[in-house]
Ligand binder design. Structure first.
Ligand code: SDX
Length: 392
């Protein structure tokens, strides 16, 4: 099959691609990274382990995993001059806009273009972006709060460092709850890759011109920001909070979502590919219940989310259009319970999706894919004669 597809010249311009990274079946609700089920990985693996699997193709041995984490730690310092760039943003800037800009700015401090045919060079770049992206992602929050910017602590784990970078204040010790770290680790795994979604296709498209890895990832961050894509997790919480403030009438919003006059979409429902339940949503829903009950969080927003979910699952409009809760419907509820501010939800998605973007960029370059050039169907005017301006 692969041979047949690559032999077909049309394939090159079909906008589709060959990939060995992620398999998903929208009808059956199946998601696998490099052949491993998302259920197995979410339950038995850790995020860095899964990032290694996605990027290098195999689950690492204990020694490889330890070396990988050590090598990432070599690059977690971000050039101090990057602070003058982030200082140029107003506190009110959306973290995703700041993250995209800072990711692109990393190119200024790492100007040597990565040659994917040089494994050592490529590996070093992977460790660099895995280390630095986490730090600059949290700087967007620290900047918005007027807090001093934190440094990665090489004595802590990768996901524990996220909490440290976000919430450690100079005024005293900070020890995040292991339950929170485990929940985040699982959430990052669930977001790590998803085949040719909008932001990943953007990373592949930008990278296909041989733009650098950092520039391609920066473009992916911008694509993910959109409320129809990764921005949906923030939009879900804003919608749930609006319903709560308006008396909690979920049915009214269900009716709005079905009103063809009003383009309102029920955020967190539906998917381009999953025309069955998003397998990630099932796992996240269970994690949300666990985190909220363990942390003793009694969140009225969750009750409204449950009402919406129950109503949609029996509503003809949603059933006929196969609109089920997606990954973004529940992830925002957990982030909220963990104290992550709403405008950082899509940044969380980006941190999780980073290994997928890297893996897909690497695959596209190693496969020496041609520059992306989707074709079009022209629907404009036929040839017309020019009319001088005084005759128009
Ligand atoms: C992600 O691609 C990926 O893999 C993405 C992602 C990933 O991991 O990278 O999974 C992450 O982006 C998840 C999706 C998050 N987005 C949202 O939750 C935003 C709300 N959902 C949608 O806008 C919508 O469902 C999409 C964009 C996700 C999918 O849209 P489709 O499949 O293109 O559906 P469509 O626009 O063709 O709509 C089909 C019908 C329409 O009604 P009719 O014209 O047939 O009457 O379904 C309706 C739509 O109006 N519809 C909705 C709806 N989504 C679709 N109606 C109400 N609420 C919704 N959410």
């Amino acid at each position: 099959l692969t041979g047949a597809i690559t032999m077909d010249p049309g394939y090159k311009n079909s906008g589709s691609c060959l990939s060995k990274i992620t398999f998903l079946d929208g009808e059956e609700g199946i998601l696998r990274y490099r052949g491993y089920s998302i259920e197995d990985l979410a339950e038995k693996a850790h995020f860095l382990e899964v990032s290694y699997l996605l990027i290098f193709g195999e689950l690492p041995t204990a020694e490889q995993l330890q070396q990988y984490e050590t090598d990432i730690r070599k690059y977690t310092l971000v050039n101090e001059e990057m602070k003058s760039i982030i200082d140029g943003f107003p506190k009110t800037a959306h973290p995703m806009g700041v993250l995209s800009a800072l990711t692109s700015a990393l190119t200024a401090f790492n100007p040597k273009a990565v040659n994917p045919d040089h494994p050592k060079e490529l590996y070093e770049s992977v460790c660099k972006i895995m280390g630095k992206f986490l730090v600059i992602a949290t700087w967007t929050y620290r900047k918005s709060m007027g807090y001093p910017l934190n440094y990665y602590d090489n004595t802590k784990g990768y996901v524990e460092n996220f909490m440290h970078l976000m919430f450690q204040l100079p005024t005293g010790p900070y020890t995040p709850d292991p339950i929170v770290i485990n929940a985040l680790d699982k959430l990052f795994i669930l977001h790590a890759d998803h085949e040719q979604n909008c932001s990943t296709s953007t990373v592949r498209m930008v990278g296909s011109s041989h733009a650098g890895l950092f520039a391609s990832i920066s473009a992916g961050v911008s694509a993910l920001w959109g409320p129809l894509h990764g921005g949906a997790n923030q939009a879900v919480l804003e919608m749930l909070e609006e319903i709560h403030q308006n008396g909690g009438d979920a049915d009214k919003y269900m009716a709005k979502a079905k009103d063809k006059e009003d383009p309102f979409r029920l955020m967190g429902f539906g998917h381009r590919v999953y025309k069955n339940f998003d397998p990630r949503a099932k796992i996240i829903k269970k994690a949300a219940d666990e985190v909220l009950s363990t942390l003793g969080v009694d969140d009225p927003i969750l009750a409204i989310a449950k009402k919406l979910e129950d109503a949609a699952l029996v509503d003809e409009y949603f059933i006929s259009r196969k609109l089920y809760p997606n990954v973004d419907f529940y992830s925002g509820i957990i982030y909220r319970a963990l104290g992550i501010p709403t405008d950082m939800f899509t940044v969380m998605f980006a941190i999780g999706r980073l290994p997928g973007w890297i893996a897909q960029w690497k695959e596209m370059r190693i496969n020496k894919e041609p520059i992306g050039r989707p074709r079009q169907i022209y629907t404009g005017y036929p040839l017309r004669d020019f009319i001088p301006v005084d005759k128009r």
